[in-house]
Design a protein around this ligand. Structure first.
Ligand SMILES: [Cu+2]
Length: 239
């Protein structure tokens, strides 16, 4: 991706140009702006956050629709911001046709609140953990951790950012204007064929894992961010 500071390129072009079949659908000149997931600050919502896992379609490349999954949308989820010392209730509803869970990656909470592979939320059901936020500020993420389905569901888009903040962090003077000078950068490698997202499968994938031919940032290919000419904070997450 590219960062522009008042039309000045701050940092280099595409992280990965991808395969030739991908370049047909987007060139750096056609790149859109960096999508910024909606911010849900628990304190703005009475310490209650709603997440709905759902299926949808996403157009990563013009004219090419992919079947995807997301929280409260068709791909990825909102950025959740929680505050140290608070207790935050998250209502997770499963609108998928398969079991799911939501795991709070890096959040220090008791196991029964952590959305492990066996804390299944069946289709149509709701899970409502109250999360005690008792750790220092951190950039974390949340994702499906469904038993036997984690790879498929995260690959399809069931992931989002989770920020823990506290007074110490707020006193550091770091850039803190979300989406302006405090940017979520959720990086994913994904396999595209003919401009459509595909889930790699087969024995070699099972043994060795897989590597995508396209790098997505916040669900977009090679996006650009317009940033102020000042200190900018990048929240990098390998999602
Ligand atoms: Cu995790």
């Amino acid at each position: 991706m590219t960062f522009l500071s008042r039309r000045t390129v701050l940092a280099g072009g595409g992280l990965l140009l991808g395969a030739a079949c991908t370049r047909r659908f987007a060139t750096p000149d056609q790149a859109g702006t960096l999508p910024i997931p909606r911010l849900l600050d628990a304190r703005d919502h009475g310490q209650r956050i709603g997440l709905r896992a759902q299926e949808g379609e996403t157009t990563f490349f013009p004219g090419r629709r992919s079947a995807t999954m997301g929280y409260n949308g068709s791909y990825l989820g909102p950025t959740l911001r929680v505050h140290r010392g608070d207790d935050v209730t998250v209502t997770v509803s499963n609108n998928l046709s398969a079991d799911t869970t939501v795991h709070w990656h890096g959040l220090l909470v008791p196991g029964e609140l952590d959305g492990s592979p066996h804390q299944t939320i069946s289709p149509g059901e709701t899970w409502r953990p109250t999360l005690p936020i008792r750790q220092p500020a951190a950039t974390l993420f949340y994702h499906s951790h469904a038993h036997g389905r984690t790879a498929e569901q995260v690959y399809a888009g069931l992931a989002g950012l989770l920020f823990v903040t506290d007074e110490e962090e707020q006193g550091l003077g770091l850039p803190s204007d979300y989406g302006v000078d405090d940017l979520p950068i959720l990086i994913q490698d994904r396999q595209f064929v003919d401009g459509r997202l595909v889930l790699p499968a087969g024995m070699m994938v099972a043994l060795d894992g897989r590597r995508g031919n396209v790098i997505l940032v916040n669900g977009a290919y090679n996006p650009r961010a317009d940033v102020p000419r000042s200190l900018v904070r990048l929240r990098l997450v390998n999602g």
